[in-house]
Structures are given as C-alpha cells and as structure tokens.
Ligand binder design. Structure first.
Ligand SMILES: *Cc1c(COP(=O)(O)O)cnc(C)c1O
Length: 227
C-alpha cells in the first residue's frame, strides 16, 4: 500500500523538526504550507484531519472552487501562483494570503478589491533572488521601493517575502540563494517594515531553506504525491 496523506504529513513534519533542530531553531518557528494544487477537496480533507490548516494553491479558478466546497472547515488559503489582473478580484475575495505579489499594479487591485467584511489580505512579495529569466518575482534592486508601496496599501498587510530558487546541484548552492533571500528580508526589517514571514523551501530544498531562516515551507508532492 502506498503511504497515506496522513503518513506523508507526519514524515514531513518530522523532517521540519529535524531541520529546525540542526539549525538550532525552535520547532514551531517554521510553518508547513500544504500545496494542494491539482488535488481535489477529498485530499485536502484528509490532510486537515491530521491538523493541517494552511493550504497553498496556484490556479485561481480551481482554488476558488475548492475553497467554496470546503467552507465547512477552518482552513487558511494561500495563493502562491502567478496572478493576472483579471484574476485579482477572485483572489481578494477568497484567499487569506497571497505569496506571489511582484508588481504594484496587482497589489493595488488586491487592496481595492479586498471586501470590507474580511480582514486585510496577508501578503508576501515574490522576489527573484537568483535572476532566473523565465520566472516571476521582483528583482532585488526593485524590491525596497515595491515593499514600501505595498506596505502603505490600506487593505493589505505586508508579511514578508517569497522565493522560488532555480534547482541547484548542491546543498551549498541552495543555501547561497536562500541566504541572499534572508539578507533581503533582514534589510527590509532594518528599514522599519515589521515582516515576520520568509516563504522559502519546497520538497527538494526544505532543509537548506530552514537552515537559512525560512519561516514557511511549501510542500506539495511529498504530501499529496506526484501531480
Ligand atoms: C507547486 C509549488 C510548490 C510545491 O512544490 P512541490 O515540489 O510539489 O513540493 C511550492 N511552491 C510553489 C510556488 C509551487 O508552485
């Protein structure tokens, strides 16, 4: 029998604990975001039954259907995929968090469209630390101005940064990129932005990301299986 979602989550949680211990960090300093894209509501229910409440989604319409179906559960939904202008309203109305803000225009629309009866949308800015050409994310040079502007939008709460590094060959290479992201994060904090979230690390680079200061790892395949 293949391992269940519950088995997989238990194993990933142990991996997070082990990485925290190795880094001299408290076990509760890193949150697990279960990336449920392409998986149906039943898979999310199975994950929730283990105590998992934070879920990440990439495809807006698919996510909105799932969020609506699962309204009976107290889940926290994170948008981690690219957002086009014509999708900002759906995101603002249905998600709790967005990790993939990389342009002021998108942030402004999200703020304008966030319904009054909901708490502010929690936001991370996606930063393209290693300059991967095909990737979204603001450049490190443009990050400080964007962060200040996003922090001033009334219906958004800027929480931190998100990165998706290019696949690297060695642990050392992975850690270099994660370290740069952590530096950018600390620079913004030093400028007075009260950031507490560094969303970095996926199934393959989780330990390296935790060693360099990640506070949220985004794990899909290792929990739900191959997409
Ligand atoms: C799909 C995805 C993940 C999860 O990746 P896995 O390799 O399945 O763990 C994490 N972050 C982002 C932005 C993703 O798109």
């Amino acid at each position: 029998m293949s391992p269940s979602i519950a088995d997989n989550i238990a194993r990933v949680r142990v991996q997070i604990q082990t990485a925290c211990q190795a880094a001299g960090r408290a076990a509760d300093s890193v949150q697990l975001l279960a990336v449920s894209k392409t998986w149906g509501p039943e898979s999310v229910r199975q994950a929730h039954a283990t105590g998992q409440t934070a879920f990440g989604e990439n495809y807006i319409q698919e996510a909105v259907d799932k969020i609506t179906t699962l309204r009976d559960l107290p889940l926290v939904w994170h948008c981690i995929g690219p957002i086009q202008s014509n999708k900002t309203r759906l995101v603002a109305e249905h998600f709790d968090w967005v990790h993939s803000v990389d342009r002021l225009k998108i942030a402004q629309r999200l703020s304008e469209q966030r319904p009054e009866h909901l708490t502010p949308l929690q936001v991370c800015i996606q930063v393209n630390v290693d300059g991967g050409e095909t990737k979204s994310g603001v450049s490190p040079q443009d990050l400080p101005a964007l962060a200040q502007a996003v922090a001033n939008l009334p219906r958004l709460q800027l929480r931190g940064l998100m990165t998706i590094p290019e696949p690297a060959e060695t642990e050392a290479q992975m850690r270099t990129v994660h370290h740069q992201a952590k530096d950018l994060f600390e620079q913004l904090r030093a400028q007075g932005l009260p950031l507490d979230t560094l969303s970095m690390g996926m199934s393959a680079d989780m330990a390296a990301a935790i060693a360099e200061g990640s506070t949220m790892v985004r794990v899909g395949t290792a929990i739900f299986g191959q997409r």
